[in-house]
Design a protein around this ligand. Structure first.
Ligand code: 5AD
Ligand code: SF4
Length: 474
């Protein structure tokens, strides 16, 4: 076979469309030979950003003629990995063993790995040494090159590795295949500049880069024209959006522009850093008819001393003040958070400060994490790492508190009528569908598949801890 790379356009995204065509020729040829379609399978680990990236991978695979399957013994299998905590990495290694078994049965199978974990040199070393059956490895900065890398892999028997240390490039207008027709994520920025001392994200996702607001709004408009009703704006720290643009713009201003998009019903965003959350944002949210009444505001720790070592740039008191301001401006808003237990040097007193914040803020829900040592971060080499049994005990106490409060908080909406976006057929209960409230709570109610994607008024008849049972009005 002749590799026609020299004919490929140099400009993006044209170059990638060229390679999509090349892959398509291969897929047609192969499926003709085998007498069946070629299949592809994507597994996504981690956060909403990765979920959105996987939709981009999916768009390219479909455009190239692959049929997506839920089965992992597909012709092309890709893991979009996460490395925020160690156990995410361990899961990938475990599952690679299973993939190796499939590949022995189907030697034409190609296995690819991408995402945050691949940005770590130690991971790539290990894969090169002990996982020779992997065909393609690329990282977070060059995901836009997926079509080209895929083509190279299909034409080669070697392991293809392409990892970039960083990039300032943002490639627009590549194909995307959404998981849900009625809702979508939209990246507004990439990377993170905060360097919280426990966190590996700034090392694997690179420096903060904001997308041009015109590109964001154009993408949102075209999604809405394509039937999307709810959009989640995505960034590691959306509150610092726009600072590095040629014509700086605040996140609140971007939201105000998004609000004007006709046909767009709901706007969400993720994630906010408390240090950058402005009064302007609270005002825009409170005024808005479209921005959902949900704010995810990671606390990480309630101890001012630990917060300082974590490099979070706020104190317990400042956080509490902010939470109170938000609750006052929007009493019906759901406030959620992330908390880490067992950060190096965390004493019982520090932990009690965290519990105190949890009790005062009364989160609608909270993700609790056991501190995970990430090589290369400042916290990994801090003295006084906390013994496992102590961490486990604190974790259990925190979880119990968080769960009790969430249940009580959920009760406040029981009996009310809320607007719900119907997301899927209920997999447990025949004849039921599941929808999501603006505040991110979930409700199950009787209804058929035809309701999926619709916004309906639903009465929340009963609160069952973390979800509701309801009935649609009319
Ligand atoms: N250990 C445990 N949790 C972490 N997070 C980030 N890094 C670590 C780590 N090293 C958590 C934070 C963040 C969420 C996405 O993951 O709480 O908000
Ligand atoms: Fe990690 Fe902190 Fe950046 Fe969030 S803000 S991605 S926790 S460094």
């Amino acid at each position: 076979m002749i590799d026609r790379k020299e004919n490929a356009p140099a400009a993006e995204p044209e170059r990638q469309y060229y390679f999509i065509e090349k892959v398509k020729e291969y897929v047609q040829r192969e499926s003709g030979r085998l007498g069946r379609p070629l299949t592809a399978n994507i597994t996504t680990f981690g956060c909403q950003m990765n979920a959105r990236d996987s939709e981009k991978l999916s768009g390219i695979l479909r455009e190239a003629g692959y049929e997506e399957t839920g089965r992992e013994d597909a012709d092309f299998v890709i893991y979009n990995t996460c490395t925020v905590r160690e156990n995410a990495n361990l899961r990938v290694y475990g599952r690679l063993g299973v993939l190796h078994g499939y590949k022995r049965k189907n030697p034409h199978m190609k296995i690819a790995l991408c995402g945050c974990m691949m940005q770590e040199a130690t991971v790539v070393d290990k894969l090169q040494k002990s996982y020779r059956f992997v065909d393609l490895i690329f990282g977070t900065h060059n995901i836009f090159k997926f079509a080209e890398l895929l083509y190279t892999t299909l034409m080669s028997d070697r392991m293809i590795i392409d990892i970039w240390k960083d990039t300032d490039q943002i490639v627009e207008d590549l194909p995307v295949e959404r998981k849900y027709p009625f809702k979508s994520g939209v990246n507004i920025m990439f990377g993170c500049n905060n360097f919280c001392s426990y966190c590996i994200v700034p090392y694997v996702r690179g420096r903060e880069r904001s997308r041009d607001p015109k590109d964001i709004l154009r993408e949102m408009e075209s999604l809405v024209a394509d039937g999307v009703k709810e959009i989640m704006l995505l960034g590691q720290n959306v509150n610092s959006y726009g600072k590095n643009l040629e014509e700086p713009m605040t996140f609140a201003q971007l939201l105000a522009e998004a609000e004007k998009i006709e046909g767009l019903e709901r706007i969400r965003f993720m994630t906010s850093h408390p240090k950058d959350l402005s009064d302007e944002l609270i005002e825009v949210m409170a005024r808005s008819k479209k921005i959902c009444r949900h704010l995810h505001l990671p606390l990480q720790s309630g101890s001012s001393r630990i917060l300082k070592v974590m490099n979070r740039h706020y104190t317990k008191e400042q956080y509490l003040e902010l939470a109170e301001k938000i609750r006052k401006a929007m009493p019906d808003l759901a406030l959620t958070t992330d908390i880490i237990v067992g950060f190096p040097g965390e004493t019982e007193e520090d932990f009690l400060e965290t519990l105190d914040v949890v009790r005062q803020v009364r989160y609608d829900s909270a993700f609790t994490f056991i501190y995970s040592k990430r090589t290369g971060t400042p916290a990994a080499v801090m003295e006084d790492q906390i013994p496992e049994d102590v961490v486990k005990d604190r974790f259990d106490r925190l979880l119990k508190e968080v769960q009790e409060i969430s249940k009580e908080m959920a009760l406040r909406f029981a009996g009310t009528v809320q607007t719900v976006l119907v997301e899927e057929k209920n997999s447990q209960m025949e004849g039921y569908v599941t929808g999501r409230l603006g505040n991110n709570h979930v409700v199950h109610f009787p209804g058929g598949e035809e309701l999926i994607g619709q916004l309906l008024k639903v009465r929340l008849d009963e609160c069952r801890g973390f979800y509701y049972m309801g009935t649609a009005e009319e």
